[in-house]
Ligand binder design. Structure first.
Ligand code: PHE
Length: 357
């Protein structure tokens, strides 16, 4: 096939018939490659007589240009076809409504626990935990709660069935047994914060049979009531994010602290709307006191060498106050609409970052 005319027709036919870039490449090599047909013709020029050579050279060059232009044009065509095939196959309907990003919400109780831990964490407290099912000793006796105390009564406390020795375990009625457990296994200094579930036979708009508390305990050689007050004032202001929040310590009684104080924060109820901050009203949010020497003794700590303070508060209560949640019971309904309204996005910054610390 050394007739350039014939070669051109054959080449153009094969180029037009190539249906993929790979097939086109095969045709290119067949004609224009180093062993290709057109290349072979050009190589034969040297054997021709000089007067034929010029004429033949011009024709062969024209042939080579025609073939390579045709290949290039066919390549563009094939690429365009491939693109429109892809566009047709991978077509995306931009008018479809966007899929909502599946984003969960943090329950206000979890959020509040995280915030409380963050604030006390800044003050050097570490988190401690204990079991929900307690021994009478940890829940009552070691805490100086006498046998006749109302807290031990059947209608307040969930008791488990009697064991072989006649004793009964309880669902812990507060987080204070974790004070006892910590002091029994660790010598001072102690600085713990204890979030957790607690149980009492109570059920109305502000009480649930299962609720959460957070306990605090500080024991050291010189820890005194001033530390208790400073620490809790600082906490209240950081947690409610009110720098000048009034905080009041009201004498009270707990069997495991002496002296004891309940902690109130200032509020106003102008126009029926509760507002945390300076005002004519007070809200109780915490129980606290200096750990009773008998409790220290019960836990193997010498009260002549060490002293300290403890406090406890209801997490639901402070969460309801901070976030304006009117009914405690809705916290446990697992109603998604409620959670979307009162819940938190995972990356919400705990208030301590903005707080007064
Ligand atoms: N345990 C007490 C309660 O449940 C709260 C408290 C804890 C009070 C620590 C004083 C000290 O009411």
């Amino acid at each position: 096939m050394d007739d350039p005319q014939q070669l051109q027709e054959a080449g153009l036919g094969e180029i037009a018939a190539a249906t993929s870039p790979d097939a086109l490449e095969v045709v290119r090599i067949k004609y224009l490659g180093r062993q290709g047909l057109v290349t072979g013709l050009m190589r034969g020029l040297g054997a021709l007589a000089p007067e034929q050579r010029r004429d033949a050279g011009a024709r062969f060059n024209a042939l080579k240009d025609t073939i390579s232009d045709a290949i290039e044009a066919r390549a563009v065509e094939l690429n365009r076809a491939a693109l429109s095939n892809r566009l047709a196959a991978e077509r995306a309907d931009a008018t479809l409504p966007a899929m909502p990003a599946a984003q969960g919400r943090i329950h206000p109780i979890s959020q509040t626990i995280d915030e409380i831990i963050a604030i006390f964490g800044e003050m050097g407290f570490v988190v401690a935990e204990g079991p929900h099912i307690e021994d009478d000793f940890y829940n009552f006796t070691a805490l100086n709660i006498p046998p006749e105390h109302p807290a031990r009564q059947e209608h307040d406390t969930f008791y488990l069935p009697e064991r072989a020795d006649g004793s009964r375990l309880v669902l812990r009625t507060h987080t204070s047994p974790v004070q006892v457990r910590t002091m029994l296994k660790q010598q001072p200094p102690i600085r713990i914060i204890v979030p957790g579930r607690t149980f009492r036979a109570d059920h109305d708009a502000t009480h649930s049979p299962m609720f959460h508390q957070v306990e605090g305990l500080v024991i050291d050689r010189t820890t005194h009531m001033g530390h208790l007050k400073g620490c809790l004032i600082e906490f209240c202001r950081a947690f409610f994010d009110v720098d000048d929040l009034p905080v009041r310590f009201r004498p009270s009684y707990f069997p495991f602290t002496e002296p004891s104080a309940e902690v109130d924060i200032g509020c106003s109820r102008a126009g029926g709307e509760l507002k945390i901050g300076a005002g004519e009203g007070w809200l109780e949010i915490l129980g606290s006191g200096m750990v009773h020497p008998q409790v220290l003794r019960n836990c193997g700590i010498d009260p002549d060498e060490y002293q300290g303070f403890a406090f406890g508060m209801g997490i639901e209560r402070v969460a309801m106050l901070k976030y304006g949640i009117p009914d405690l019971r809705t916290m446990y309904d697992s109603d998604l609409r409620w959670l979307r309204h009162y819940g938190f996005l995972p990356l919400d910054v705990p208030s301590m970052v903005r707080g007064a610390l």
